[in-house]
Design a protein around this ligand. Sequence first.
Ligand code: SAM
Length: 315
Amino acid sequence: MGKASKDKRDIYYRKAKEEGWRARSAFKLMQIDQEFNIFHGVKRAVDLCAAPGSWSQVLSRNLYLPAKLTSDGKDGGLPLIVAIDLQPMAPIEGVIQVQGDITNARTAVIRHFDGCKADLVVCDGAPDVTGLHDMDEFVQSQLILAALTIVTHVLKVGGKFVAKIFRGKDTSLLYCQLKLFFSQVTFAKPKSSRNSSIEAFAVCENYSPPEGFKEKDLYHLLEKVGTPSGADDLDCRSGWLEGPNKVYIPFLACGDLSGYDSDRSYPLPSTEGGTYQSLDPVQPPIAPPYKTALEMKKASSHGAGADTGKSSLDP
Ligand code: SAM
């Protein structure tokens, strides 16, 4: 599609160029702020998955530049904004850039805050979309898990987190996972986000991690995902988790309060005799759809049994 036809069709694409935004996504963050006032009182912010940088521009224009105008020229006391992406991006005034993967960028972010915590973390991360909704939703949820890991290390209690989500069958699970950490979670669809897109934004307010939660375990979990021993290590019975994290971490990893992941196999429990005894179903189906097939199979094997047991092929 040529530039001119995109200009005609998409008002936000055109306005972004007129107002100097690097991407039309800038309007999504601004519209989220109009509705939720997320920039209020923010002195330190983190922009995860920031390239090409329109959200960082919004942070700079709303937080850094106004403060710079009213400050006496000294850098101290000015808002701090840290942006991370796999891709490099052109400089933005007041934004510290880190090129890296958010799944292991925890320390890079902490280093820049020098012991202080952030008031706001935003994440517009998106994997390359495949068009397979379940797959896209899963990869997106892994990015959110990585973002949440950074949040648990850098966000101050009472802080806010905004993350892009893909609406799908697991949206209510994601809501419950986020609700574990924030007293208020809202899924918002800004006007500038196309209706045809499954994207929406989780706006999470008032960060308040559950009592006894240890954020290092969540980081540990991310390190284990994708390693050869990962699946076994993620098993909450393997002993690396303690206290309330025995429940929280499996819930964050696979959404299951029992800690079992329905997509993997577990070793059979050993019984006293050393062999596992499989139990019959509690109530077998009365009229299963495969009943006729079973009866036919039974009849044919009886038929064969009624025979002398010798077929014409027997020697
Ligand atoms: N918010 C940005 C803006 O307004 O310009 C747009 C972000 S773009 C939709 C999604 C970004 O996520 C891409 O730049 C991509 O490089 C980044 N990304 C995807 N996976 C990432 C990862 N694991 N670590 C860091 N960045 C990642």
